[in-house]
Design a protein around this ligand. Structure first.
Ligand code: M6R
Length: 364
C-alpha cells in the first residue's frame, strides 16, 4: 500500500536508499569491502565481449554499466535496445556472455532477444527484479535486484537497484580478470556502500524540486543534457518526464547539442543539465553556456562546487551531495525522477498509470 505517500511512484522513489542497500548487501561483503556475487559459478575471466540488451529505463541502466565494464574490466560492450538487437543479425562471439536487464523479466522484446542469444550458444546473465519471471527462469546466471514490487509504471527503484548490481558485477569481473587490485576493490566497494546515505541526502532536496516544478510544467518541450555516464541519465530524465507528464522531452549527449538540437533553443524550452563536478564538468558547462547564449533557460543539477562555479544565471538549480563519480548515476537518478514526478503532479496527470502505457510490455 501507499502509506503516507500520494502515489506509488513517490513511495518507490523514497524506498531507494533502503532497497539499494539491500541489493548491495547481497553482492558486497561489508566486513572486508569485497565483492561477493551470490551463487556465481561462471568464470568471468574468459569473457572477451559483453552483449547487453534491454528496453526503456533498463536499457539506460545498461548504458551506464557499459562505462563500468569498459573502465574496470576492459571488456568491450555492445549494447542495444531489444527491439533493434534482434533484427540486425548481431555478431556474437563464441563463448560470449549476453546480459539482459529487466524489472519485470517479462518484456517481450528482451525475452525474445534472450532466447535468440541462448540459441546462438551465449551464456545468459539476467539482472531482474521479479524472481519468478520468465527471464529469471531461463537465465544461466541470475542476478536479482532486491527492489521489491514496483507498482508505478514509471520505473524508479528498479533502475537504481539495477545500477547497484551492475556496478558490483563490473567490479567482480575486473577482480576475476586481475585488473582490479585488492586496494582498488576496497576503494570501489567502499564507495558503493556510501550510495544509500548519498541517496538519502539527495532526497533531502525534494522540497526544492517540488517548488520549481511549476517552471517546467507549462513547457511544451524540455531538453536534458549530460556527458559521459550522465548522458544515459539525461535520456532517463527525458523518458521519465514524457511518460508521466506528457511533455515532449529529449535527452542528448551535451556535446551533440551543436550538431543540431541547439536550433530548438529559445526561451520556451527549458534545458535540464546534469553535471556533477569532476573531469567532465567544464566541457558540459561550456555546452550549457552555448544554450544560455541563445536565450535558453537552464536548470542545472550539480553539487555545491558545481553550482558555485556555474549556477549563476540559471533559471533554477538543484543541489546534490558531492559524491564519488562511481555512484553519481545512482544519486542523480533521484532529482530527475523527482522533477518528473512533481511536474506530473502540477499537471494533474495520472502518475502511477500514465495513458497508453503498461507496466510490463508483453507484446513485441
Ligand atoms: O520490465 P522492464 O525493465 O523490462 O521494462 C522495460 C521498459 O518497458 C520500462 O523500463 C519502461 O521504459 C518504463 N515505463 C520506464 O519508466
Amino acid at each position: 500500500e501507499k502509506g503516507n505517500y500520494r502515489h506509488f511512484m513517490q513511495k518507490e522513489i523514497y524506498e531507494q536508499p533502503t532497497v539499494v542497500a539491500q541489493t548491495l548487501g547481497s553482492y558486497l561483503r561489508r566486513e572486508n569491502n569485497s565483492v561477493a556475487l551470490p551463487q556465481f559459478d561462471f568464470d568471468l575471466s574468459g569473457v572477451k565481449r559483453l552483449t547487453i540488451v534491454a528496453c526503456g529505463t533498463s536499457f539506460y541502466a545498461g548504458m551506464v554499466a557499459k562505462y563500468w565494464f569498459e573502465q574496470f574490466a576492459r571488456v568491450p560492450v555492445d549494447i542495444d535496445v531489444a527491439s533493434e538487437f534482434r533484427y540486425r543479425e548481431p555478431v556474437l562471439e563464441e563463448g560470449g556472455l549476453a546480459l539482459f536487464i529487466s524489472q519485470s523479466g517479462e518484456t517481450a522484446d528482451t525475452l525474445a532477444a534472450l532466447r535468440h542469444c541462448k540459441a546462438e550458444g551465449q551464456t545468459i546473465a539476467v539482472v531482474v527484479n521479479v524472481p519468478t519471471s520468465s527471464m529469471a527462469r531461463e537465465a544461466d546466471l541470475l542476478l536479482p535486484t532486491h527492489a521489491g514490487p514496483e507498482i508505478g509504471v514509471a520505473s524508479t527503484k528498479a533502475f537504481t537497484c539495477q545500477l547497484a548490481v551492475l556496478a558490483a558485477l563490473a567490479a567482480h569481473m575486473a577482480v576475476t580478470k586481475g585488473l582490479m587490485s585488492r586496494e582498488q576493490e576496497i576503494d570501489v566497494v567502499g564507495h558503493l556502500l556510501e550510495a544509500p546515505a548519498c541517496l538519502n541526502a539527495a532526497l533531502d532536496h525534494d522540497d526544492d524540486i517540488a517548488a520549481m516544478a511549476h517552471l517546467i510544467a507549462p513547457a511544451r518541450d524540455v531538453l536534458y543534457l549530460g556527458r559521459g555516464q550522465d548522458y544515459p541519465l539525461a535520456l532517463e530524465g527525458a523518458l521519465k518526464l514524457k511518460e508521466i507528464s506528457y511533455i515532449h522531452a529529449e535527452g542528448y549527449a551535451s556535446g551533440e547539442m551543436k550538431h543540431g538540437p541547439i536550433a530548438l533553443i529559445d526561451d520556451d524550452v527549458p534545458v535540464v543539465v546534469i553535471a556533477p563536478s569532476g573531469p567532465l564538468f567544464e566541457k558540459t558547462v561550456s555546452n550549457m553556456e552555448e544554450v544560455r547564449a541563445r536565450g535558453g533557460k537552464v536548470v542545472l543539477i550539480s553539487d555545491a562546487k558545481g553550482l558555485a562555479d556555474a549556477g549563476e544565471g540559471c533559471m533554477a538549480t538543484i543541489e546534490m551531495p558531492e559524491v564519488h563519480p562511481l555512484i553519481a548515476p545512482l544519486v542523480y537518478a533521484i532529482p530527475v525522477q523527482l522533477l518528473a514526478y512533481h511536474v506530473a503532479v502540477v499537471k494533474g496527470t495520472d502518475v502511477d498509470q500514465p495513458r497508453n502505457l503498461a507496466k510490463s510490455v508483453t507484446v513485441e
